[in-house]
Design a protein around this ligand. Sequence first.
Ligand code: SF4
Ligand code: SF4
Length: 321
Amino acid sequence: MDLKTVTFFLTDKCNAACDVCCFKCNPQNDFVMDMDVIKRYIDEAADMGTVELICFTGGECMLYPELIKEAASYAKTRYGLPSSLVSNGFWALDLGRGSELMQELKEAGLSTVRISADNYHQEFVPVSSVKNAISILAKLGMLSEVTIMDTKSRANIKSMLARLRPEIYFAPKVTYYTLHLPGIVKDKMPCEELEMPVMWDAAYCMDSGSVQLYTDGYMYNCCSQFSFEIPHMRVGKIGETTLAQALNKINRDPILDLLRRDSVTWFARKAKESGYPVRERYTTSCELCRDILCNEELMAKLYPLAEEEVRRLRMERFMSI
Ligand code: SF4
Ligand code: SF4
């Protein structure tokens, strides 16, 4: 696997404290990633020659616009690397100031912004602010998408679309997703709120060739919010491990290799065969992945089987060349 994206979780602080936050962010948290660390890994990302995008997220990284400006500018001016960020749009409450701020970030090198909105976020961020953010970003050609999370009782999708009209029509893409379980969600949300759209035998790994530099000081294998709760997904320590070493670990680890090659269903099938109670349905494939990979006893049984399966798949591929 080539590394395509490096994601920096710049902070765990947020102006909001949503009941649906996968990362337990809130205004009291105070981690902010060091600029030297950011630059070091941008250097390494550029050296690899395969990285196409630098992502900034949090928390709410727009609480630190100067940090983003410097990091985006470093990636763009030094290496021509585009960067993107994820935000809840709080910074656009004042249309004029929001426009100026985003214009400055664009000039510094920031390419695109993804906006998160739903009825949980909007307990903390006024809808008018999100609408302003959408229109500012659309005007600047920087809006990549608006994501809306849904639960059963709040009927987010319909009501959020109505609340975001007419600005939502400027969004090039609107992505809906069902409520996930990691972070604070599992403590706050009753099970009745969860949709379970993924059958165990249709689960797939959405890993897309990325490494995440998370706020707990570790580097993770994949872009799922669940990965930070799966110790096996740790592929290095920020400041000690190079991106090349992290990628090497991803490519050589039989569990991570098999997840990408043969998806999550191989693990679910083997888990079932060994008597583990795999549920019929999950909120996402990644929840099933966490369910299995976080069970040490089960993984002790599956590890040698995974090694054997990877050897078999590699041989099969070699023979077909
Ligand atoms: S806005 Fe996003 S990062 Fe902030 S608390 Fe809500 S879900 Fe978490
Ligand atoms: S299935 Fe597992 S490895 Fe793949 S993206 Fe989800 S958590 Fe990551």
